[in-house]
Design a protein. Structure first.
Length: 114
């Protein structure tokens, strides 16, 4: 059974930083392309950043230069380092992968507010 479990969300002031983690189980992690998505209240879920099995990354224009996705295959974990956070980054952040079917974590809340 594939499971994705996110952690690391919280309340942070504008300009602050957070690091999200997503641990995968029940699957060979190194074979997976991984992604972070987010969904703000009243908005559609959107892709934030992706990382391939080979470590190639891509990110949304809105977070370029501020967010960095990375992975540690030894720990079955994908990370999202978020710097220079803005109030518009407030959302529930989800970890995602596709392997035969689509898998999502439960989400972790990030709130950027003073």
């Amino acid at each position: 059974q594939v499971q994705l479990v996110e952690s690391g969300g919280g309340l942070v002031q504008p300009g602050g930083s957070l690091r999200l983690s997503c641990v995968a189980s029940g699957i060979i992690f190194s074979n997976l392309n991984m992604a972070w998505y987010r969904q703000a209240p009243g908005k559609q879920r959107e892709m934030v950043a992706t990382i391939t099995t080979g470590g190639n990354t891509n990110s949304a224009d809105s977070v370029k230069g501020r967010f960095t996705i990375s992975r540690d295959n030894a720990k079955n974990t994908v990370y999202l380092q978020m710097n220079s956070l803005k109030p518009e980054d407030t959302a529930v952040y989800y970890c995602h992968t596709n392997f035969v079917e689509s898998y999502w974590g439960q989400g972790t809340q990030v709130t950027v507010s003073s």
